[in-house]
Design a protein around this ligand. Structure first.
Ligand code: B12
Length: 233
């Protein structure tokens, strides 16, 4: 009887404990608990999305509230990555589910923050998207190349500072000039984004929360497939 299949309370307890260990900066504990989650039958994507990533989400919230400081955030990042290391080998492509669409995602030019992207990617994968991670400090031309190569439905622009969010307009313009804008929907992500500002820069939407973004991405894919005008999304 697995935690995944039979006992939602047990699964929720395991995942909550894993999230708490990221907040508590417990590097050894996180590995052990991640392995315990897998041994209990929880899927790798759930362990990442509802355990490790949920822990990083709490850390971000605590930082915003002034309850933890930068050094603690950085240790939690390391703990998050240790947990990810333990779970990643167990991920089978698309986790047995049907792909809801293809997405490319990269942190845009001038930005080297990795954690938001590395939290968001597994959340999107867990939601059923086939995600190609382009890495950090991705040039506008590299986004164009990736659209031509991977033919995604959605382009995710990771923008973790105000300055790099403001750069999204230039990235969208480069995609437009390459004649690819109508083929894709574009969503910005990061703590400094604003959906109205993103639309003014030519993107389709924005979100500062990966879990909320899943719904937005779903609507963007639906609109793209329905051939609806961009602003309708
Ligand atoms: C850790 C951190 C660093 C680390 C990064 C380590 C790493 N490996 O990533 C280090 C120390 C290197 C760093 C450097 C800098 N940082 Co810094 N950093 C942070 C900090 C404290 C936490 C970021 C984080 O990991 N958050 C946790 C993650 C999970 O949250 P998130 O990124 O928002 O991601 C969530 C969502 O946004 C969403 N999401 C993420 N990506 C995507 C993508 C898409 C497409 C979608 C839809 C959604 C989505 O999903 C995630 C889960 O919900 C933030 C403060 C903060 N509150 O965010 C500052 C912060 C982002 N940094 C900031 C700054 C200014 C800098 C520096 C310029 C500092 C300096 N003076 O050197 C440099 C910039 C270097 C560069 N060129 O990029 C500022 C940006 C301010 C601004 N608005 O412009 C912040 C906000 C701190 C502040 N209040 O001043 N930083």
């Amino acid at each position: 009887m697995t935690a995944q299949g039979r006992d939602p309370a047990e699964a929720a307890g395991l995942l909550a404990r894993l999230a708490d260990l990221v907040v508590a900066m417990d590097v050894e504990g996180v590995r052990r608990e991640a392995e315990a989650c897998l041994a209990a039958g929880l899927s790798p994507t759930r362990v990442i999305s509802e355990g490790l990533s949920a822990g990083m989400r709490s850390v971000g919230e605590k930082f915003k509230a002034g309850e933890v400081y930068m050094p603690e955030v950085l240790v939690s990042c390391d703990v998050y990555y240790k947990g990810l290391e333990a779970v990643r080998p167990h991920i089978v492509p698309s986790d047995g589910s049907v792909s809801r669409g293809k997405m490319i995602l990269g942190t845009i030019h001038g930005d080297i923050h990795t954690v938001g992207k590395d939290v968001a990617v597994p959340v999107f994968q867990a939601a059923g998207y086939d995600v190609v991670d382009l890495g950090v400090d991705v040039s506008d031309d590299a986004f164009v190349d990736a659209i031509q190569r991977h033919r995604p439905d959605v382009v995710g622009l990771g923008t973790y500072m105000t300055s790099t969010f403001m750069h999204a307009g230039a990235t969208v313009e480069t995609i437009r000039r390459a004649g690819l804008r109508e083929r894709v929907r574009i969503i910005c992500g990061g703590p400094a984004v604003d959906p109205a500002a993103a639309r003014r820069m030519g993107a389709d939407d924005a979100s500062d929360d990966a879990w909320e973004a899943v719904g937005k991405i779903g609507r963007l894919v639906e609109c793209l497939r329905a051939g609806a005008g961009r602003r309708a999304s």
